[in-house]
Design a protein around this ligand. Structure first.
Ligand code: ADP
Ligand code: MG
Length: 652
């Protein structure tokens, strides 16, 4: 009944809207095993009647729709990124064996044409037999066609391997990047681009050249069989080409590295430009932004030109070496033929074989940069996947009640010596609410993040229902809590999806219940498309305050037991403030533990406890009234004054 009073104070509240609140209060069982919104079938209809639901609600069945119960604590398998990497690499290895077999066949069949030449000059011309010529031609045609088929098959397989690798590793990489980005540099997501690079390399001509190289000895052997002198010429020039390849690598490694580094800087800058497009336009920062991008891009291009110049030069040298080799072989072969040691056909055949033997070496030199890029990309992928902690499955605990224990928290951000939080300790019982106040920079946001486990303390523990956050199953923990960050970002999608945390299995009842609990249902109802309003990546068409209230509903989605709200009213008007106060009140009625970080004093009248943070330490903590009195008594301090005004208001 208390709910009814509160809701009526909001103004025009219809019977249908009050009902769900009442229902919720009945349903929510603080110890609740499965929060059941079964009785809320009525409220499902309420939404269905006015909006167009994505998910059809089966009609009727008040208590009989057990299958519709929200799937809390759905088990997701353990995530073992190293295992995923191992599987991805295994796929490549396995396929590569077949590709190598195809390569072997292709390379052997390449010998068909030289052999043909050989035979023509050797047999056909000497025996003058037309039959032999026809037979030979048929066999050689078959071999050439077969060679083309094998070559196509290996390219098909490489392409499929590349796709398979992308499919196998894409999700683990994104998942690992999301985990790592919490403590990382924000570049983790670029690892997906690295996967693209690796995928591209798998289908490139460079890889095919690499695979052909091992067969060069086979060709060289064939040439030796023709004449040892010719074999020696090829061996010498192969060694020369390898030397050129090595020099090429030394010459181009550094400039290519610099080019890639500058390129990725330019890309990062581009990303931040797209995020800040409003500011850049409003403050006419386009020339500066473009200049920064241009500087990085120019650096990258300059380095690339330097590298490519050297690459082209060495490629030209190696091509010259190859052609000269062929000239030399023809010349020396002709000399040998003059001495009747070999036939003319053999000379030409040996020259063709030499060309085949040396071509892959040349191809490898040309594709050296893409190999370097891909090797670095693969290195980053393995580093990310190996470095990710094993996301093993943890024991599923009963649904938490919402008891929060914070023990001697110390936080010194990695790489700094600054103590952001120092010996913070407090306890909240299930259903209690705490307001954290303090000057800007006091560490309120940091504390909030720590309470929801998005950053880990340097030492100390945060416990929910006595269990350390680190030991909760992350998925179960995430479903049991709600978090409204200071910097609210919504996902591109409908309001409905955003409130439902983008979950496919979010039911209309749950979404409505969260909206009611966060007191945003009326605000959403006033939008032209209601819950189906599509939110863009930048939050349009919602205002800052509306975004914040949608995010508030998202925090309350799924009937969490513990909610952290970081300055939830920074963008709210008076009505929004009142709605927020009501939301916190509802939360308390539903036994939800709430920690609300605020700069505004207006929320203090609805919480049980207040904590004053100063320079990362607890300056004051206790029940609301004594703390408010103490704050009012404190003269001077900015906060004291601010809150003392509120003290009167709260007591009024
Ligand atoms: N990762 C970090 N590295 C260095 N300093 C940090 C880091 N995170 C927070 N800080 C510092 O901690 C202090 C508290 O920040 P914050 O929790 O955002 O304050 P509040 O929310 O109370 O305004 C600030 O001085 C900030 O510079
Ligand atoms: Mg803050």
């Amino acid at each position: 009944m208390k709910d009814l009073e509160i809701d009526n104070s909001a103004g025009k509240t219809t019977e249908a809207q009050v009902e769900p609140v009442h229902e919720l209060r009945v349903d929510a069982d603080p110890v609740g095993n499965q929060p059941s919104l079964r009785k809320g079938a009525v409220l499902g209809k309420t939404i269905d009647g006015s909006m167009d639901p994505i998910r059809a609600t089966p009609p009727g069945g008040e208590g009989g729709n057990k299958g519709k119960e929200p799937h809390f604590h759905r088990r997701v398998g353990p995530e073992n990124f190293e295992e995923s990497l191992r599987k991805g690499v295994a796929v490549v290895r396995f396929n590569m064996i077949f590709v190598m077999l195809m390569t072997l066949a292709t390379n052997v069949l390449i010998l068909a044409i030289p052999v043909y030449l050989f035979q023509i000059s050797d047999r056909v011309f000497t025996s003058r037999s037309l039959d032999t010529l026809v037979m030979l031609t048929v066999v050689i045609c078959g071999a050439v066609i077969l060679q083309a088929v094998f070559d196509a098959v290996r390219r098909f397989m490489l392409m499929r391997t590349a796709v398979e690798v992308a499919a196998q590793l894409g999700a683990p990489i994104l998942s690992a990047a999301a985990h790592a980005s919490l403590h990382g540099s924000g570049r983790e997501y670029q690892t997906l681009g690295d996967l693209q690079q690796v995928r591209g390399f798998l289908t490139s001509g460079t890889l095919i050249s690499f695979m052909d190289i091992p067969f060069a000895p086979l060709f060289i052997l064939a040439i030796y069989l023709v004449h040892p002198h010719l074999g020696n010429i090829v061996v010498v020039s192969s060694l020369l080409l390898l030397l050129i390849a090595f020099i090429n690598q030394r010459l181009t490694e550094k400039p290519f590295y610099q080019a890639n580094l500058a390129q990725s800087r330019a890309n990062l800058h581009l990303e931040s430009m797209s995020r800040n497009s409003q500011i850049i336009n409003a403050m006419a920062m386009i020339p500066e932004a473009v200049a920064i991008w241009g500087r990085d891009t120019a650096q990258s291009l300059t380095a690339q030109v330097r590298a490519q110049d050297r690459n082209i030069m060495t490629a030209a040298v190696s091509r010259t070496v190859r052609l000269l080799t062929q000239v030399g072989m023809l010349g020396w072969g002709a000399y040998l033929a003059l001495n009747s040691q070999i036939t003319g056909g053999m000379v030409i055949a040996a020259s063709i074989i030499a060309g085949r033997a040396l071509a892959p070496i040349e191809g490898s030199i040309e594709g050296w940069n893409s190999f370097l890029l891909s090797r670095a990309a693969y290195g980053r992928i393995t580093k990310l996947l190996r470095g990710s902690k094993l996301q093993y499955e943890r024991l599923r605990l009963p649904r938490p009640e919402g008891r929060l224990d914070v023990e001697r928290l110390l936080y010194i951000p990695g790489g700094t010596k600054q103590v952001v939080l120092n010996s913070i300790a407090f306890t909240l019982n299930p259903g209690e609410s705490l307001a954290v106040i303090g000057n800007s920079g006091a560490g309120k946001t940091t504390l909030g993040k720590m309470l929801v486990g998005s950053i880990l303390p340097t030492s100390g523990n945060v416990r929910l229902d006595l269990m350390d956050l680190r030991n909760w199953d992350p998925r179960q923990f995430g479903e049991s809590i709600g978090y409204l960050p200071q910097d609210v970002q919504l996902f591109p999608g409908t309001i409905k999806q955003n409130i439902g945390r983008m979950r496919e299995d979010a039911s209309d009842e749950q979404i409505h219940a969260a909206a009611v609990l966060a007191d945003v249902h009326e605000m959403i109802a006033s939008l032209p498309q209601g819950y189906e309003t599509v939110v863009a990546a930048d939050g349009s068409p919602l205002s800052g305050g509306q975004k914040q209230r949608i995010a508030l509903a998202r925090a309350f989605f799924g009937n969490p037991r513990f909610v952290v709200l970081d300055e939830p009213n920074s963008n709210l008007d008076a009505a929004g403030d009142r709605a927020l106060a009501r939301a916190i009140h509802h939360a308390r009625e539903n036994g939800i533990t709430v920690v609300v970080v605020t700069q505004k004093p207006s929320l203090l009248s609805v919480v049980d406890k207040i904590m004053l943070l100063a320079d990362g330490s607890v300056a004051m903590f206790g029940e609301r009234e004594p703390v408010l009195r103490k704050l009012a008594g404190r003269k001077g301090g900015e906060n004291g004054q601010q809150v003392s005004q509120q003290g009167g208001q709260a007591n009024a």
